[in-house]
Design a protein around this ligand. Structure first.
Ligand code: PLP
Length: 449
């Protein structure tokens, strides 16, 4: 830990004077100055340490300051910090080779970006050019990034103030058994009805106008929605039937988060394009990308791909990815994430759900879990309304404050808290976090009726 309040104050004041923050009313925020981080923890300048149950923005899959990744970045910095994308580079070649090796089926080529939004921008660009069609279908319960097309694909309320007239994006409902948009009685019915709804959407939009369907394999920020059995295979079949490109957004779900390298591996489904970022190198240096099937690659063999980025395949970012993937393999980090989900987080959360009247449902896999809070278990009324803010969000704000006061940094979105610690977490760390969650949930329980 660090105890240097004067340094923390200087960081805070310069931030308030000069830094413009994401998603925020600039005058209403008070960012916590962070002095350092290691493994599953980070700390401030006041001697407070937090267990990072959010993995920052669900991206530090390998934890903070993994020594092998830090060393690889230093080594690459000494060797070559920057080379533009038109050249070939050893770190970039090896990162692409490793990603292609991990990716399912014939997804053998990688286009590198700086993050997830750019990955989705370029994936839909590829799909549109490959098919010669314009429309893209995406789900309401989703987040795909903050650039023009990516925010238009997004279903969550962050899209609303950004509707700048990007055309050709149509939203549909994905499966969500606990709050079924199809009034389904069980998962099998949910799969069947969600697929029928998707097929209707395709037919009524005009199958010959639809370039791509973009889905988060497991929906992340919008609720950790694990697809019911058969759903992804059904989407694959619809895409094949209508000549539509299946884009799996694995920016959050990829690289170990679900206890598999890619989340699609859990269902044995191969999309045409996978977008990734976050866990590929835990964000130590910004990196994202698109993994591309042979078929789509062929479209751009003789015809130029009309997209690019100065920092595509940045050597520092790629060296961090190579070290990350190798460390995850050597240290069995993906296996650890799977084990934590099956043997620790799942059972403990289910027990917690029994004890707390505010817990409506727990769901997830690997180190990717949601605890959905309700006013009443029978009615399933959310503890706070969709997109509640300010005083209306008080129950969730009080719950988050109770976590932080006890040294746990939670991921809170709407009426949910997500349990999304690093894939490297130990059993003891996860249990420490869940014990704090258990205490903090009594604060939420007080708002139940
Ligand atoms: N897609 C998903 C599923 C995400 O969760 C995110 C970020 O949270 C993005 C895309 C956007 O990634 P980035 O913030 O790196 O642009």
């Amino acid at each position: 830990t660090t105890v240097d309040p004067a340094a923390g104050k200087a960081v805070y004041e310069a931030d308030r004077a000069h830094v413009f923050h994401s998603w925020s009313a600039q005058g209403l925020i008070a960012p916590l100055p962070v002095a350092g981080a290691e493994g599953s923890y980070f700390w401030d300048y006041e001697g407070n340490r937090y267990l990072d149950f959010a993995s920052q923005l669900v991206n530090t899959n390998i934890g903070h300051q993994h020594p092998k990744v830090v060393a690889a970045i230093k080594e690459q910095a000494d060797k070559l910090c920057m080379i533009q994308p038109a050249f070939a580079n050893d770190a970039r070649s090896e990162a692409a080779r490793l990603i292609a090796e991990i990716a399912p089926g014939d997804l053998n080529r990688v286009f590198f970006t700086n993050g997830g939004a750019e990955a989705n921008e370029n994936a839909i660009r590829m799909a549109r050019l490959h098919t010669g069609r314009q429309k893209v279908l995406a789900t309401y319960r989703s987040y795909h990034g903050a650039t023009a097309n990516a925010i238009a694909l997004t279903g969550d309320p962050r899209r609303w103030p950004n509707e700048t007239g990007v055309s050709g994006i149509v939203h549909f409902w994905g499966p969500y058994a606990y709050r079924s948009p199809f009034y389904s009685a069980d998962e099998a019915q949910e799969t069947e009805r969600a697929l029928a709804h998707l097929e209707n959407t395709i037919v009524f939009e005009g199958a010959s106008t639809v370039a791509a369907i973009v889905l988060e394999t497991v929906v992340g920020t919008a609720g950790i929605l694990v697809p019911p059995p058969g759903y992804l295979a059904g989407v694959r079949a619809l895409c094949d039937k209508y000549g539509i490109i299946f884009i799996a957004d694995e920016v959050m779900a990829g690289f170990g988060r679900t206890g598999a390298w890619f989340a699609v591996d859990n269902w044995g489904v191969t999309p045409d394009l996978i977008t990734f970022a976050k866990g590929v190198n835990s964000g130590y240096v910004p990196l994202g990308g698109v993994v591309i099937s042979d078929r789509i690659y062929e479209t751009f063999r003789e015809r130029p791909f009309p997209g690019g980025l100065t920092y595509s395949g940045h050597p520092l970012a790629c060296a961090a990815a190579v070290a990350t993937i190798n460390a995850m393999r050597d240290e069995k980090i993906v296996e650890n994430a799977k084990w934590l989900g099956e043997s620790v987080i799942g059972p403990e959360l289910r027990a917690l759900a029994e004890r707390h009247p505010s817990v409506g449902e727990v769901r997830g896999l690997g180190v990717f879990w949601a605890v959905e809070l309700v006013k009443n278990k029978e009615t399933r009324e959310p503890l706070v309304a969709y997109n509640a803010a300010g005083a209306d969000a008080k129950p969730m704000n009080d719950f988050a404050a109770a976590c932080k006061a006890r040294g746990l940094w939670p991921f809170v979105n709407m009426n949910r808290t997500h349990v999304v610690p690093p894939c490297t977490s130990t059993e003891a760390e996860v249990k420490e976090g869940l014990a704090i969650l258990d205490e903090a949930l009594t604060v939420a329980d007080a708002f139940t009726v």
